[in-house]
Design a protein around this ligand. Structure first.
Ligand code: ADP
Ligand code: MG
Length: 662
C-alpha cells in the first residue's frame, strides 16, 4: 500500500499558519501590510483581549471585486506578482499570497470590501478556512478584515498564547512601526475600545515621531543619512547620547520600508555608538535602510520579518559610518572617550563655564546617574576614575587593575574596562607624564617607582556569608577609591561596595513601604511632565498603583503625557523624570501582565539603584558605620537586588595562606 498522501488544503494551510501566524501581532502585521499595499491613506485597527477575541483592520484602499474577495483566501493567491522576474523586484510588502489563507485557517474571518466602481460591496465569512457565506454588503470603498477567536480550532496553539498585556505590547509595537514608516497614512489603534494611537497624516518622519512620542524626544533626535550606491542608503534619526533606553524597544528598523527584525542593522547602529554609549544602554533610532531589490532577499521566512543582505558586512559598515558621521556633526565623537558621557550635555546648551568648573567627582556622579535597569552606576568605578585622569601613580594603577576582579565584573562595561586597561598601560609606559608624587617635572629624567608585579589575592577573596559578619565587631578602616569601604572584623578583612550596600538597604525599605502606608514623599516645586511612548503608557497603566504606594503622585494628562507631582523622599528631584521612564522600561516584556509581585520587585530595585549613594563619593566615617549597621539589618545583606555581591571577605586564614604562614 502506498504511504505518501497529499495533505488536504486546509491542513497544509494550518501548517503554513504555524509559520506566518506566530502571534496576534503577526496577523495585524499582515493585514496592515495588505492595507498599505492597497494604497490606503487611512487605516483603523481595533483589538480586543490582546487580539484573542478580535483583530479588525479597516482601510480606504482599493477594495476588491467579489471574485477577488473569495480568491484572496486561496493559498498562493496574490495580485502582486505574476512571474519569477517579479519576485526579484518586489515593490509591495506582500507577495507570497499565503497570509490570508493561513490566517483564515486558524480563526473566524469576516471580510467586507468594495471596489470604487462597484455598486455593492461583498461580505465573505470563513471559519477555520472553510467558506461559510458570501453576500452583498454596504460599505465605502475599501476593505475591512475582522479576525475573531484566533486559534479556536488549534487548542494547542491557543494555550501557548502569552498574556493579554504581552500581546498588546507587540500589537502596539507593530502599529508604531508602520506608522513611522508611512507618515502620510493616518493610523488609529484602539484596544478594548480605548484609543492607544491616533495619528493624522503627517508631513514627514519627524512630524510622525512627534505625534507618536511627543516633543521631548524630538529635541534629541539627530538626522542620519548616508550610504553607498549599490550597497545601501540610510536615512532616519538617531538620538543624542543623553537620551538613553534600557532596552531596544525604541529602535525601529526598516528595510525598503518593511518592518524587519534584523541583527545586521542593530549591530551597525551599536558599532556607530561604540565609545559613545556604554554597553547595556541603547539609543533611540528610526533607521530606514534602502537596499537595491537585487541586494536583499525578503523571501527568507514566511512572515517576511527576516531579510538577507547579499553583502551583510558592507551594509553594517554603511550604517555604522552614517551613525558616526551623524554623531560627529553634532559634536559627539569617540575621541572624547569615556568623557563623552557628559558631551550630550553640551547639546542642552549648558554654560561651558559652569561645566568646566564642575569637580571631577561631580562629573563622575553624573555618569553614575544615567538610567539603566542593570544599574551601571554600581560598576563604572574604573571608567569614572579614568575620566578624572588625576593623581595617576603606578601604585594606584595597579590597585585599579586589581580591583577589576573585585566582584562587580558583571556590571562593568567590557568596552570601558578594556579602554581603561589600555589607558592604564599607556600611563605606565609613559613615565614622563608623572612623578611619584604626581607632579610633572621638566628637570631630570623621570623614573617612576615601578613595583614588581604584585601577587593577586583574587583567588583568596570570597563573597561573605552573613553569619560571619556581625555589626558590633566591624571596624571601618577607610574607603578605597571613594567607592568601597574597607573594614575589619574578627574574621579578617571586609570590602563593601558602598553603592550596592545602600541599594540593598533602600530596596528593603521600598519593599516594606508598599506593605505599610502612609509613605514619605516629597512634592516637586514644579510638576515635571514626561511624554510616554505607547509601550511605556501601557506599562504605566499596569504599575500606576504600585508607584503610588511607593510615594509617587502621578497624573495622566492628555494623550500619553504624565505629570509627576511628587516622588519618594529618597529620590533626587532632578532625577525624577529619568527614574520614572526607567521604571516603565524595566517592566520587562515577558513579565507584563504576569505575576504582579515580579515587577513590584523590579520597581523597588530601580528605585533603590537610583536613590543609592553612588560610587566615587567620599563618605564620612559615620556614614560608613551607618551603612554597615543598616546593611546588616536587611533581609539579605550579602547580595544586592540585582544579585551581585555586596561584601567581599579576605579571611585571616586566607591572609595567612597568602603569606605562606600556614
Ligand atoms: P499577498 O499580500 O502576499 O499578496 P495575502 O494573502 O496577504 O497575499 O492577500 C491576498 C490578496 O488579497 C492580495 O494580493 C490582494 O490582492 C488582496 N487583498 C488582501 N487584503 C487587501 C486589502 N486590504 N485591500 C485590497 N486587497 C487586498
Ligand atoms: Mg499580504
Amino acid at each position: 500500500m502506498n504511504k505518501i498522501r497529499i495533505l488536504p488544503d486546509n491542513l497544509s494551510n494550518q501548517i503554513a499558519a504555524g509559520e506566518v501566524v506566530e502571534r496576534p501581532a503577526s496577523v495585524i502585521k499582515e493585514l496592515v501590510e495588505n492595507s498599505i499595499d492597497a494604497g490606503a491613506s487611512r487605516i483603523q485597527i481595533d483589538i480586543e483581549l490582546g487580539g484573542r477575541r478580535l483583530m479588525r483592520v479597516s482601510d480606504n484602499g482599493s477594495g476588491m471585486t467579489r471574485d477577488d474577495a473569495i480568491l484572496a483566501f486561496e493559498r498562493h493567491a496574490t495580485s502582486k506578482i505574476r512571474t519569477l522576474e517579479d519576485l526579484g523586484m518586489i515593490a509591495t510588502l506582500g507577495f507570497r499570497g499565503e497570509a490570508l489563507a493561513s490566517i483564515a485557517s486558524v480563526a473566524r474571518v469576516e471580510l467586507v470590501t468594495k471596489l470604487d466602481r462597484d455598486q455593492a460591496g461583498t461580505r465573505v465569512l470563513l471559519e477555520g478556512g472553510r467558506l461559510v457565506d458570501v453576500k452583498d454588503a454596504a460599505r465605502d470603498t475599501g476593505t475591512t478584515l475582522a479576525v475573531r477567536d484566533l486559534f479556536f480550532n488549534t487548542p494547542a496553539r491557543r494555550k501557548f498564547m502569552r498574556s493579554e498585556a504581552t500581546e498588546n505590547y507587540h500589537l502596539t509595537s507593530i502599529i508604531t512601526h508602520y506608522s513611522l514608516a508611512y507618515p502620510e497614512i493616518a493610523f488609529s489603534l484602539t484596544n478594548n475600545g480605548r484609543e492607544v494611537i491616533s495619528v493624522a497624516p503627517a508631513r514627514d518622519l519627524r512630524e510622525r515621531a512627534f505625534q507618536l512620542f511627543g516633543g521631548q524626544i524630538l529635541e534629541s533626535l539627530l538626522p542620519v543619512s548616508g550610504g553607498r550606491d549599490f550597497v545601501a542608503r540610510l536615512s532616519g534619526f538617531i538620538s543624542a547620547p543623553r537620551e538613553r533606553r534600557t532596552n531596544r524597544d525604541s529602535q525601529y528598523f526598516f528595510v525598503n520600508k518593511r518592518y524587519v527584525r534584523d541583527k545586521t542593522i542593530g549591530e551597525g547602529l551599536r558599532e556607530g555608538y561604540r565609545s559613545v554609549l556604554p554597553n547595556g544602554v541603547y539609543p533611540v533610532a528610526f533607521l530606514f535602510v534602502d537596499v537595491p531589490v537585487e541586494e536583499v532577499d525578503v523571501n527568507v521566512h514566511p512572515a517576511k520579518t527576516e531579510v538577507r543582505f547579499r553583502r551583510n558586512e558592507a551594509v553594517k559598515d554603511v550604517i555604522a559610518e552614517a551613525v558616526r558621521e551623524s554623531l560627529a556633526s553634532a559634536g559627539i565623537g569617540p575621541d572624547t572617550s569615556v568623557g563623552s558621557f557628559g558631551v550630550a550635555d553640551r547639546l542642552t546648551g549648558e554654560d561651558p563655564q559652569v561645566r568646566s568648573s564642575v569637580e571631577p567627582e561631580m562629573e563622575q556622579f553624573q555618569i553614575a546617574f544615567h538610567p539603566t535597569s542593570r544599574c551601571i552606576g554600581a560598576g563604572t568605578a574604573n571608567a569614572a576614575s579614568m575620566s578624572s585622569g588625576v593623581a595617576a601613580s603606578p601604585v594606584r594603577d595597579n590597585l585599579q587593575e586589581n580591583d577589576v576582579s573585585a566582584g562587580s565584573e558583571s556590571a562593568v562595561d567590557p568596552n570601558i574596562s578594556s579602554d581603561f586597561e589600555t589607558a592604564a598601560q599607556r600611563r605606565i609606559s609613559e613615565p614622563a607624564s608623572f612623578m611619584p608624587d604626581g607632579s610633572p617635572s621638566d628637570q631630570q629624567p623621570l623614573v617612576p617607582i615601578d613595583l614588581p608585579p604584585l601577587q593577586s589575592a583574587a583567588r583568596l577573596v570570597s563573597g561573605a556569608e552573613i553569619e560571619e559578619v556581625s555589626g558590633q565587631k566591624v571596624k571601618v578602616i577607610g574607603q578605597l577609591h571613594n567607592s568601597f569601604i574597607i573594614a575589619v572584623d574578627d574574621e579578617g578583612l571586609l570590602l563593601i561596595d558602598q553603592h550596592v550596600a545602600h541599594e540593598r538597604i533602600l530596596f528593603d525599605k521600598f519593599r516594606k513601604k508598599e506593605a505599610e502606608r502612609p509613605v514619605e514623599s516629597q512634592n516637586l516645586l514644579l510638576p515635571e511632565t514626561v511624554d510616554l511612548t505607547p509601550a511605556q503608557a501601557e506599562a504605566f497603566r499596569m504599575v500606576e498603583d504600585h508607584l503610588f504606594e511607593l510615594g509617587f503622585d502621578l497624573m495622566m494628562l492628555s494623550g500619553r503625557t504624565v505629570a509627576i507631582k511628587s516622588i519618594p523622599t529618597d529620590v533626587q528631584p532632578a532625577d525624577a523624570r529619568n527614574l520614572f521612564a526607567e521604571i516603565l522600561d524595566s517592566i520587562e516584556l515577558e513579565k507584563r501582565g504576569s505575576a504582579k509581585a515580579a515587577f513590584r520587585d523590579d520597581i523597588a530595585a530601580s528605585l533603590a539603584c537610583k536613590a543609592a549613594i553612588k560610587i566615587n563619593m567620599k563618605l564620612t566615617d559615620e556614614k560608613m558605620h551607618w551603612l554597615i549597621d543598616r546593611l546588616l539589618m536587611t533581609s539579605s545583606p550579602t547580595t544586592c537586588p540585582h544579585g551581585r555581591p555586596v561584601i567581599l571577605r579576605l579571611s585571616m586564614k586566607d591572609i595567612e595562606r597568602g603569606f605562606h604562614r600556614t
